[in-house]
Design a protein. Structure first.
Lengths: 145, 145
């Protein structure tokens, strides 16, 4: 039974995260690009999205210090690495270039697939290919985040 | 710098951001994991027993969120995708590769990482923001598309 609740919770948090992206306007690539366009007509909305998210996130992760294991069981798998590695920086630089070309990052792209956007479907297939290339040629499977 | 007051949406963006932070906080408390979309998706590329269904449940939530938003709240967010097909494919590969190599994307590093005051995630977020700014500057102002 607990396993079913676990999956329902996974699903509902996915829906909630999708709502967050849809309401905030982050599923509109043009809005992302207008934020990244400092030299043009700048749309600061993304700062408000990050501000709201990090404000709640700070409280959430602070409260996590009181928790020994996950509610649905199992250890808390919070990353412990602290080293600022070369792959971290190079990977993020490459990520930012792709983000700036189309205005899509992984979450909004997946949600846009759900809205039936043909370009989002192509983007996600290309994204999966990029992940596959990285994991097969550049790193042996590595834990994320 | 000039602010695009027409496109600027502080209220919905703040509200959406709060929902994103709430989802990330719930996720780590209930499931013990970082809500990082790129990591959750890339785990499906090398499926392991007992490690697939929860990822699919989460991704189904994201995929179905536009349907629930339309059905429950009559919400149909606009999407404008300026990038052409070739640009979408290149962007997808870069985003996929970069998030895998850099161990995270805008959700894992941006929202969760900053919320738990991770120095690695701060460096990652600053790196992809910087290249995002540079890329949009080059495309919109140097090449002039």
């Amino acid at each position: 039974m607990r396993k079913h609740f676990n999956l329902i919770s996974q699903y509902l948090i996915g829906v909630l995260f999708g709502f967050g992206l849809l309401i905030s306007g982050m599923t509109n690539p043009q809005k992302i690009l207008n934020f990244l366009d400092l030299a043009g007509s700048w749309d600061p909305s993304l700062l408000f999205v990050m501000g709201g998210a990090v404000l709640i996130g700070l409280i959430g992760f602070y409260l996590l210090t009181q928790r020994i294991q996950a509610f649905f069981g199992g250890a808390l798998r919070v990353p412990t690495r602290r080293h600022i590695s070369k792959p971290l920086v190079i990977g993020s630089i490459i990520f930012g270039a792709g983000w700036g070309i189309a205005g899509f990052c992984p979450g909004p792209a997946i949600v846009s697939v759900g809205s039936g956007q043909a370009k989002a479907i192509v983007f996600v297939i290309a994204m999966l290919a990029g992940m596959w290339i990285c994991e097969h040629f550049f790193i042996a499977y590595q834990k994320t985040a | 710098m000039q602010i695009n007051w027409l496109e600027f949406t502080p209220d919905p963006s703040l509200l959406g951001g709060i929902l994103l932070g709430l989802a990330a906080a719930l996720y780590v408390h209930l499931h013990g994991r970082i809500l990082g979309i790129s990591g959750i998706i890339s785990g499906l590329l090398h499926p392991k027993v007992g490690d697939v269904i929860w990822r699919l449940a989460m991704v189904s939530g994201l995929l179905s969120s536009p349907f629930w938003a339309a059905w429950l709240f009559d919400m149909h967010p606009i999407q404008v995708i300026d990038a052409d097909w070739m640009a979408v494919i290149i962007a997808g590969v870069l985003v996929g590769f970069g998030s895998a190599y850099g161990s995270g994307c805008t959700s894992g590093h941006g929202i969760c990482g900053l919320s738990r005051l991770s120095p690695r995630s701060l460096v990652a977020t600053l790196s992809f923001m910087l290249t995002g700014f540079i890329t949009v500057f080059m495309i919109r102002h140097l090449i002039g598309i």
